[in-house]
Ligand binder design. Sequence first.
Ligand code: AMP
Length: 229
Amino acid sequence: MSCDEQKLDKLKALHLILLGAPGSGKGTQAGYLKNNWQLLHISTGDILRAEVRADSELGREAKAYMESGELVPDDLIIRMMEERLKSIGDANGYILDGFPRTVAQAEALDNMLARIVHKLDCVVNLEVADTELIRRLTGRRVCSSCGAVFHVDTMQPKVAGICDNCGDKLIQRKDDQLDAIINRLEVYKAQTMPLIEYYQARKMLVTIDGTIGVPQVAESIRQAVSGGL
Ligand code: AMP
């Protein structure tokens, strides 16, 4: 096996966390890394939205929290993620997008990973100023069927209001309306930002400027995680 193939093999087995405020580009980066490194993309927001669409018990419990920009209670999220992580084999690496979001979730994740013997390789913190986050989130439109993401200014679909991928309608998420966005940013500062210190203390944190362009951010992440490969 060539050196590059060996490196790709190691990238495929990575366990990463993407941290960052709503709108910092976690989902976009996770999609990019998933395609390039064949990692699984595990987004708690996407899992919860699918539960809401399916009108499951979890979806019904989570819906009001999500629409107002509050966090879904830790016990529900931890149980959901325990199930999800247990179902992943050892061969697959993954990117956690939107989890953990509280110190209690981070502690629960440490315990889960210890039980399933997965080692956390790196926590990437995407840094973006509030004004840019608000611009990104207020202009975001998502496909009601496949979840593809567009922006009214910077990533317009070919036909206005219609998804390029599946032809379904684009909508604005309820939590992408300004009141909910402001709440989400406050919740992020109060409940999720303490994780920066949590992972800094464990020497796992790498902070990357989230405004330098999608491929550039991905390349910075690659450099950060490749150090030890
Ligand atoms: P996201 O798509 O990651 O912005 O998540 C959308 C919403 O789902 C959040 O505003 C929360 O209401 C909920 N959510 C997602 N992940 C979590 C989590 N780890 N803990 C609590 N709530 C979450």
